[in-house]
Write a protein that binds this ligand. Structure first.
Ligand code: NAP
Length: 246
């Protein structure tokens, strides 16, 4: 129970990688706040968290909306009094080659993936700096380092996450807040289930460990970075990709 007494907030915690992160942090003792668009899914995860013996609060928040994020943080603080861990996980894709990409698809992906992380981080550091303690973990992607045809909006958002991570790490190091990113490779969730089989076959051949990752592969690294004992790591990107990028 290395995270007992810690309060953790996960965005997009209702499914996929966010769900695995929420359950893992709860299993190790954290009480959880979930920001999620779909309240039904978040309620289901909250029930699982209660059955692990931890508290859970799910709040319907669109992370790209300033007022919703600020209101969500107010509710979180009213319920728990502090926030020790923030995981900026919520993310979407709207893929197209650049010549066919619509303005609204560029804007939407940047707003959810990058502005969402900015808004949640801005609210979190206010509380964490008063506490003089915090762990912020941002979910980037391997494509931020490799590029990926058809995903110029998504790749730009995930590369932006890396810049945000390093900058906030420098701004808040003196306040005891560490800020790191995880860059997952191909992880089996609904986001990747949507890809055509032949694309998946090509990707599998690029992975030295010979298999796709699971949400728990990412969640276990989040848990590690969230520990008090990981406090000498900041401004870093940890790659979780079975060796496909090295
Ligand atoms: P997923 O299954 O699609 O889950 C994404 C979650 O984010 C969903 O619960 C979704 O809620 C939520 N969400 C979307 N827009 C939101 C918004 N505006 N406000 C609040 N929540 C929102 O995707 P995943 O594969 O678990 O991905 C999780 C993160 O890992 C993403 O940032 C993704 O870019 C990153 N990642 C994934 C992979 C991979 O291979 N799967 C690889 C690298 C990085 P709804 O379902 O209600 O819309």
């Amino acid at each position: 129970m290395e995270l007992e007494g810690h309060i953790a907030l996960v965005t997009g915690g209702g499914q996929g990688i966010g769900k695995a992160i929420s359950l893992t942090l709860a299993k190790y003792g954290a009480d959880m706040i979930l920001f999620e668009l779909n309240s039904e899914k978040a309620e289901e995860v909250s029930k699982d968290i209660y059955s692990l013996g931890r508290k859970a609060l799910s709040v319907k928040v669109d992370v790209s909306k300033t007022e919703e994020v600020e209101d969500g943080f107010r509710k979180a603080i009213e319920s728990f009094g502090r926030i020790d861990i923030l995981v900026n996980n919520a993310g979407i894709t709207k893929d197209a080659l650049i010549v066919r990409m619509k303005d609204e698809d560029w804007d939407k992906v940047i707003e959810v993936n990058l502005k969402g992380a900015f808004l949640c981080t801005r609210s979190a550091v206010k509380t964490m700096s008063k506490q003089r303690y915090g762990r912020i973990i941002n979910i980037s992607s391997v494509v931020a380092f490799m590029g990926n045809p058809g995903q110029v909006n998504y790749v730009a958002s995930k590369a932006g996450i890396v810049g945000l991570t390093k900058t906030v790490a420098k701004e808040y190091a003196a306040r005891g807040i560490t800020v790191n990113a995880i860059a997952p490779g191909f992880i089996q969730t609904s986001m990747t289930d949507a890809l055509p089989e032949q694309v998946k076959d090509v990707m599998l051949k690029e992975i030295p460990l010979g298999k796709f990752g699971s949400p728990d592969d990412v969640a276990n690294v989040v848990r590690f970075l969230a520990l008090k004992d990981s406090g000498y790591i900041t401004g870093q990107v940890i790659h979780v990709n079975g060796g496909m990028y090295m």
